[in-house]
Design a binder for this molecule. Structure first.
Ligand code: SF4
Length: 363
């Protein structure tokens, strides 16, 4: 056969589909063809594991059972149900896209890759997954799992994120996509990447593509994909303060737009050069028109994609008579704070604060 492939691409789908028949995963979003539910699962699964997603998926659907409910929901409620999943722009885009489907498509979910990819938060691969899984039409996908399978199958030795590799991978993804049973094929290749062709321990001996796999033939299955050298991530040092007064703690919602938009936060500030956390806490609380004696309560680290946060934790009890801080600040009892959608670093901080000495009751 004279073709640019090291094997006949038409042989991939039948092998995958046969394997999927016995090894495919049973997941909550696999019991539906509703494009709204499939879209929601695809967005939640970006950068998040299946185990973490399942309870969120179910809670989200209980609150917003269809696209009209999501489009009409208060944005704060959407963020509240997303709190803990991270990458909050996904939640904001989800609601914007729902509103556009209502406005532009009369509430009917678009059925083509081009129309779907025009919605906020839906890239080419997610659009392909929705088309294949919800509408059972052939469409290539190239999510993280599929990308790893293809890099190994074709033994891509270069940086798989380079523009040339990207073009090649999309070409292969298109050529391998089954014309028959595209719904099952999309889930099969995703499952192969998630369960067998895993990042550090590929289970090649059980793989339905082992005979075709070029990385395995070359003994490179554990070396590929080539790991990108990551740039050093900057460190940001902050203090977060649990300000307590009369059994309530100070917190506020962040602005709806921007980093961690719509999530709640405790009072926090960057540490100035060589500034001790207790001094920074007193400065911060003073700026809020409050005063008290700060005490250290610990420290923690929290990793974001573009920086690492080193957070010093300080508690401060202020007098019941102190004037309330201005702006969006609210005094919340600890039980309410625990169910408020604090952003991830401050949820960790709150857990530390409450483990040290439950807030509340001090006056
Ligand atoms: S043979 Fe191994 S490396 Fe190749 S696709 Fe299968 S699991 Fe991945």
């Amino acid at each position: 056969m004279n073709c640019p492939y090291p094997f006949d691409p038409a042989t991939v789908a039948p092998r995958l589909l046969a394997w999927y028949g016995t090894h495919g995963r049973d997941l909550p979003w696999r019991h539906t063809r509703d494009p709204y539910r499939i879209w929601l699962s695809e967005i939640m699964l970006q950068q998040t594991t299946v185990t973490a997603v399942i309870p969120y998926y179910q809670r989200f659907l209980d609150a917003f059972p269809d696209i009209a409910a999501l489009a009409a929901a208060p944005p704060a409620r959407v963020i509240e149900l997303w709190a803990g999943l991270g990458y909050y722009s996904r939640a904001r885009n989800l609601q914007r896209a729902a509103q556009l489907v209502i406005a532009r498509h009369n509430g009917r979910f678009p059925e083509t890759v081009a129309e779907l990819a025009a919605l906020p938060g839906i890239g080419r691969s997610t659009a392909g997954a929705i088309v294949a899984i919800a509408f059972d039409r052939p469409a290539p996908i190239l999510d993280g799992n599929v990308r790893r399978v293809l890099v190994r199958l074709f033994a891509v030795a270069d940086d798989p994120r380079s523009a040339m590799a990207e073009r090649q991978l999309w070409g292969w993804a298109t050529a391998l996509t089954a014309q028959d049973r595209p719904h099952d094929y999309a889930q099969a290749i995703m499952d192969l990447g998630a369960t067998l062709c895993t990042p550090s321990a590929p289970g090649c001996s059980a793989c339905p593509l082992a005979e075709l796999c070029q990385a395995r033939r070359l003994g490179l299955e554990r070396q590929l994909p080539r790991v990108r050298t990551r740039k050093a991530v900057p460190v940001r040092r902050q203090v977060a303060v649990l300000v307590e007064r009369g059994g309530a703690c100070l917190a506020r919602p962040r602005p709806a737009e921007g980093f961690l938009g719509g999530l709640w936060e405790l009072p926090a500030a960057d540490l100035r050069q060589d500034e001790p956390p207790l001094a920074a806490a007193a400065r911060l609380v003073g700026e809020l028109g409050l005063a008290g004696q700060p005490t250290m309560a610990g420290q923690l680290k929290h990793a974001y994609s573009h920086f690492t946060l080193e957070l010093a934790l300080v508690r401060m009890i202020v007098a019941a008579g102190d004037r309330a801080a201005e702006g969006a600040w609210c005094w919340l009892p600890p039980a309410q704070l625990l169910v408020t959608p604090l952003h991830g670093a401050h949820r960790k901080a709150l857990a530390c604060f409450l483990a040290i000495a439950p807030a509340g009751g001090d006056d």
